[in-house]
Design a protein around this ligand. Structure first.
Ligand code: CP3
Length: 352
């Protein structure tokens, strides 16, 4: 882990300290809304080539920090590198998103081999070392991974569309074999998070982007319980390392993630009312979120109003300002600059 951890506002918020203004970073802050990213991407060739080029991946991670005074820098990578490291065929279809050769119920399950994964993902860890070395002093460095359930939706669904019928019917029909898949992915994810901390990350975030596809009993088994084990494995291996969970779409069940997993923060999507999050989540851990990315894209008065509502409600407890979902590709970069300014001014500091 990097030096100067005490001087990073994002880490202070995750320790439970209330701050005015709150620390700010954005999910998917590196990416297609930035012209300099598009230029880098064109140089790299494929998206995965960019993820596996340490110099270019580090540069993509740092690009948003050159423009905006953000309190966090997230490694440029993707949740699907873990599926790739498990030996599944993964590629990114230009303009369409990820594709995987799907695993079906009854197929041989992938096998986690820690040594093989470490070798396969060595360029990712080298990129992390470079980011931690070059990050501005006050910016916390984030590693990340997909949650086992969300990775399984891609590994079984093949990446096409938002149809969870195949993965869910496997989970309902053959829970024992599905549990083995989730278990394998959980081990791979834990090792990946720990390796990123060893390479210089200050904290990690786990993206459970499709948690909202499950009713409570299944969410319990395939999301909450694996999250609890992930948090405890990471903290057992690297004591003090903060973990943020992002159970998108979990709604009121976010409270169970806050109470039962040991996470330092719950990152909430834009549908969660800030007043509810303040009452039900902040007593247990920090809250991160939850500006609608379309308000950021739209800008103007709507952006200002949305920012004010969130700040008024959540700055009274431990809070990290973020979006509820990732930055949209059409977002004008100047709106991100405006957001940074609004959070700094309205969040309690007058010196901009
Ligand atoms: O936050 C960051 O800036 C760091 C990088 C990052 C990427 N993906 C880069 C990326 C992170 C944290 C992710 C997480 C991710 N990837 C998630 C979880 C968060 C979420 O948005 O729900 C998921 C589900 C994926 C899988 C994935 N990767 C999809 C569905 C797609 C295609 C659609 C899309 O959102 O772009 C990707 C591709 C991808 N991952 C791009 C980037 C910058 C675009 C690739 C390109 O340059 O063409």
């Amino acid at each position: 882990m990097s030096k100067n951890r005490d001087a990073k506002p994002l880490l202070a918020a995750l320790r439970g300290e209330r701050q005015q203004p709150p620390p700010l970073w954005l999910m998917r802050q590196a990416g297609r809304y930035l012209p300099e990213y598009r230029a880098l991407r064109a140089r790299a060739g494929s998206f995965l080539d960019l993820c596996y080029d340490p110099a270019l991946a580090a540069e993509a991670s740092l690009q948003p920090l050159r423009r905006f005074a953000l309190d966090g820098v997230i490694l440029f990578s993707d949740i699907l590198v873990v599926a790739d490291a498990l030996g599944q065929k993964v590629w990114f279809q230009e303009g369409e998103g990820p594709r995987l050769e799907p695993i079906a119920e009854g197929d041989a399950l992938p096998v986690f081999d820690e040594e093989r994964q470490r070798r396969h993902l060595a360029p990712v860890y080298e990129a992390m070392e470079r980011v931690a070395e070059a990050a501005p002093a006050g910016a916390a460095v984030l590693g990340f991974a997909g949650a086992p359930w969300t990775l399984a939706t891609y590994m079984v669904g093949g990446g096409r569309g938002r149809d969870f019928t195949a993965v869910k019917s496997w989970a309902y029909r053959e829970p024992e074999s599905f549990a083995r898949l989730i278990e394998t992915v959980r081990e791979a994810v834990a090792a990946h998070l720990i390796a990123q901390l060893d390479a210089g990350a200050d904290l990690v975030q786990v993206f459970d982007s499709w948690a909202g596809a499950l009713p409570e009993a299944e969410l319990d088994r395939w999301c909450i319980e694996p999250a609890r084990r992930l948090v405890s494995d990471v903290k057992a291996a690297r004591p003090g390392a903060p973990v943020i969970l992002y159970p998108r779409g979990a709604g009121v069940l976010c409270e169970r993630f806050a109470r039962e997993t040991g996470a330092d923060a719950i990152s909430v999507d834009s549908t969660v009312p800030p007043v509810w999050a303040a009452a039900h989540l902040q007593p247990h851990c920090a809250v991160q979120g939850n500006l609608d990315p379309v308000a950021l894209l739209a800008g103007g008065d709507a952006l200002e109003r949305a920012v004010r509502t969130i700040l008024e409600t959540l700055v009274h407890g431990p809070f990290v300002f973020n979006l509820g979902e990732g930055v949209l590709p059409g977002t004008p970069p100047e709106n991100v600059a405006t957001l940074c300014d609004l959070v700094r001014r309205r969040g309690g500091r007058d010196d901009g």
